[in-house]
Design a protein around this ligand. Structure first.
Ligand SMILES: [Zn+2]
Length: 147
């Protein structure tokens, strides 16, 4: 007699399927979707090949469906308004001060890996709307210039 388990997604007790001895999510559609999402999130975090492959596939899809988001936004005004207000919130939370350092080595602390706003130097102090959000991974620390 098999014993019941608690689903990792919904927490309800379920009887594992005979052919899935290590089943950790119940068979409901919602929990199976949660299982796939958890699997994909874990792969994206831990598998750089998978991450690169996903990024390439998404870029290829975007190239073939260049009007998708424009049409989606036109058909879903509530989505757009929510997106705008959430972005306003994020912008307000971010204590963004434009940095115009001539010499990155003189920064009080070296730049660490993380997300940065990237904009053209001529627009850096005015146009935050056109800034790219980029992720920078530091491979080596800056060294002091020779005296
Ligand atoms: Zn469940």
């Amino acid at each position: 007699m098999k014993s019941t388990r608690l689903c990792l997604a919904c927490g309800n007790a379920f009887l594992p399927l005979l052919h899935v001895p290590r089943q950790r999510y119940c068979s409901s559609k919602t929990c199976q979707r949660a299982r796939r999402r958890d699997w994909q999130n874990s792969r994206l975090r831990n598998d750089s090949d998978y991450r690169d492959n996903q990024a390439r596939a998404q870029a290829k899809w975007r190239a073939g469906h260049s009007s998708y988001w424009r049409e989606y936004r036109a058909a879903h005004p509530a989505y757009c308004e929510r997106n705008r207000s959430m972005q306003r919130l994020r912008n307000a939370r971010r204590s963004f001060r434009p940095i115009a350092k001539m010499d990155a080595i003189r920064l009080p602390r070296p730049l660490g890996s993380g997300f940065y706003l990237l904009s053209h130097a001529d627009d850096a102090s005015v146009a935050k709307m056109n800034a790219w959000t980029v992720h920078i991974a530091v491979l080596s620390a800056p060294t002091a210039p020779p005296p």
